[in-house]
Design a protein around this ligand. Sequence first.
Ligand SMILES: Cc1cc2nc3c(=O)[nH]c(=O)nc-3n(C[C@H](O)[C@H](O)[C@H](O)COP(=O)(O)OP(=O)(O)OC[C@H]3O[C@@H](n4cnc5c(N)ncnc54)[C@H](O)[C@@H]3O)c2cc1C
Length: 338
Amino acid sequence: MRHTPPPAFQAEAPVDLAFEVLDRMLRDQAEEHGLALHSGHGRSTWVVLGQGEYGARRDGAGAVVFARADSPDWLFTLKEAAAYQLAELGCVTAQALSWTGPEQAGAHPPNFSLGRVAWVRPLGQNFLRMRIEGQGLERLARDMIHFRFVLPQADGATQWPRLTAAGQAVWPQELHRPAYTISAIDAAAGWLETDIFVHDGGRICAFAANTAAGIEVGLTGPGGGGMPQAASLLIGGDETAYPALARIIAVQDPAARIDCHLFGASTDYPFPAHPGLHLTHRPAGEADLAAKLAQEGVQAERVWIATEKARLQPLKQEILRQIPKDRAHLAAYWIAGR
Ligand SMILES: Cc1cc2nc3c(=O)[nH]c(=O)nc-3n(C[C@H](O)[C@H](O)[C@H](O)COP(=O)(O)OP(=O)(O)OC[C@H]3O[C@@H](n4cnc5c(N)ncnc54)[C@H](O)[C@@H]3O)c2cc1C
């Protein structure tokens, strides 16, 4: 049951499905991802995600899916999350949903904005730091630290996403949009920075190495989890996670104990200083750490690890054997060979 006022921004869409199907879907999601689940007298069910919630309620023999958020951009993200889950069920395609809501047909989706490359500079041996300037970056300056870098077409004829009259985002072109971490942001001054690990064959890497000031890029988000804060943390990752690890270290209380494992080939990244930080360098050492944790146990209050998908597996298995999901964020940041 709800004990607080609902978030200000709301949208809903009727679906031709029994409420029970959606209720089951939401309960499964809450269980799988450790989300808070709410139920309104058996007539509605919703999960909480970031600064909002999405769910379903009975409507005659069918149901209505809804999303509610504290801001229009997060509302949009929740609508997309709900649509994705319904599509995964195999029952409804995202395009078939007709949302009510505040968006305007033809406008860019609220969780998308354009920016321009200000500069790209080498950061140590392995990274390029890119500053992007743009308007409307406030949505990316909250506690979530990731965005999707939308790569423009090489010929300059990029068609960016637009909203339909039903409030759905359409992408006229298939644009490459991998997730990145915001390493620094000043929304009032209109810029953010992201640190790009340079690896063979990377399309964003190639773009960053060859781009010029003033080139237009797209930014969607925010997305992903926030930054855990605790008295003791076990954190780790390969180079793709170094920017996120740096941000997590930077927000910890000076009294916190941070056991940080770096799985990249090098440690050449500017991690912030912290009195409780203990860095261990284990190149590709995810399985070694899993074996160590199997012997010594997970001692930290919170765990945050992100690395290549296959290498994450032994750690994921061991950590979730020992502690509940809601104390651990274990993410695959890239997939080898894909
Ligand atoms: C939430 C989140 C945040 C992330 N933050 C960052 C960040 O701040 N900085 C960052 O550099 N990356 C980050 N990543 C990882 C990044 O999204 C991927 O590495 C992505 O594939 C990079 O896109 P690309 O265009 O460079 O490579 P693509 O063109 O997509 O991939 C080309 C090839 O490179 C391979 N590849 C991808 N990553 C690596 C790697 N690390 N080492 C070796 N081969 C690789 C792929 O398997 C593929 O075969 C993040 C990922 C997630 C999910």
